[in-house]
Ligand binder design. Structure first.
Ligand SMILES: NC(=O)c1ccc[n+]([C@@H]2O[C@H](COP(=O)([O-])OP(=O)(O)OC[C@H]3O[C@@H](n4cnc5c(N)ncnc54)[C@H](OP(=O)(O)O)[C@@H]3O)[C@@H](O)[C@H]2O)c1
Length: 267
């Protein structure tokens, strides 16, 4: 697959594009959509306690017939029902029907209770127990990472963050800091310029690049994420779009293309 796996700091690798389940809801429809994503070639499912569809994700993975080692499952501690991290991982494993997850994330720094060092020590225990191959965080800023790293025995493997051209200038120092610490950044909601802010300044360069490369705007934005060295965490209900997302890794964005998108995002 052209989305090459990325090396994590703990010896494992992560597929560099994920199918996210946040907006899928529950039930058979959700299972069908995850199965569709796996059937077109996605091998990374990104779910969370809070999305309330870990069970659906687990069913879809089982029904895909893929061996456990051939699918990468991320889930997150979201503080659902006030449960602690130790109980939550057990519930997530049960919901997913697996013995381990590939990546377990603290969904947001405010969920790191009573404080980041204590919560992170619990995550480290989960990794040591083999319940998660890798551990990481989400929505952590530089300050949060600094607090975590000051006491960490195991570095977070990944930080999943909001990343699209309109927030790039704000997030660039965080990307640089994470990279300097060997932490892989994962990008979510990267298609916001299309889905929530159409008509903005990013449209012009994205559409021009898309036209030149015979691609779609969503593909250009995902290729931009790849160029930033981040894992793309995206989703679609449509098979043709999912196939397009996977092909987006082949788009050859030039440094000038990337600079034009960055500049438009700052406007
Ligand atoms: N860690 C966190 O706090 C956090 C927060 C948010 C999200 N996430 C993760 O990231 C995943 C993706 O988040 P997201 O849904 O915000 O991602 P996104 O990748 O920005 O948007 C995906 C949506 O874009 C639509 N889309 C794609 N191409 C389009 C086009 N050309 N025209 C119109 N619409 C288009 C798709 O709709 P169609 O179905 O119509 O194709 C799909 O619903 C989530 O499922 C979750 O796993 C994590």
């Amino acid at each position: 697959m052209p989305w090459d796996p990325i090396q994590l700091n703990d010896g494992h690798v992560i597929p560099s594009i994920a199918f996210g389940t946040w907006t899928l809801g529950n039930g058979q429809g959700s299972i069908d959509q995850i199965e569709q994503a796996i059937s077109v070639g996605f091998d990374h499912v990104d779910t969370a306690q809070m999305y309330r569809n870990e069970e659906e994700a687990g069913k879809a993975v089982q029904e895909s017939g893929l061996a456990r080692k051939d699918i990468f499952i991320t889930t997150k501690y979201s503080g659902l029902n006030g449960l602690d991290i130790e109980t939550s991982i057990q519930n997530s494993l049960k919901n997913l029907g697996v013995e381990y997850v590939d990546l377990y994330l603290i969904h947001h720094p405010r969920l790191a209770q009573p404080n980041i060092p204590t919560a992170w020590a619990k995550m480290e225990a989960i990794k040591r127990a083999g319940l998660a191959k890798s551990i990481g965080v989400s929505n952590f800023g530089v300050d949060d990472l600094e607090v975590l790293l000051a006491s960490a025995k195991i570095k977070p493997a990944a930080n999943q963050i909001l990343l699209h051209p309109y927030v790039y200038a704000r997030q660039a120092p965080l990307l640089a800091y994470a990279a300097s610490q060997g932490i892989v950044s994962e990008a979510y909601s990267s298609l916001i310029p299309i889905t929530h802010q159409p008509g903005g300044p990013v449209d012009k360069p994205v559409n021009e690049i898309a036209q030149r490369l015979n691609a779609t705007a969503d593909q250009v934005l995902l290729a931009w994420v790849k160029a930033k060295g981040a894992v793309a965490v995206t989703t679609s209900s449509k098979k043709f779009r999912l196939e397009g997302y996977l092909r987006a890794a082949d788009l050859q964005l030039t440094p000038a293309d990337i600079a034009a998108i960055d500049l438009a995002g700052r406007a």
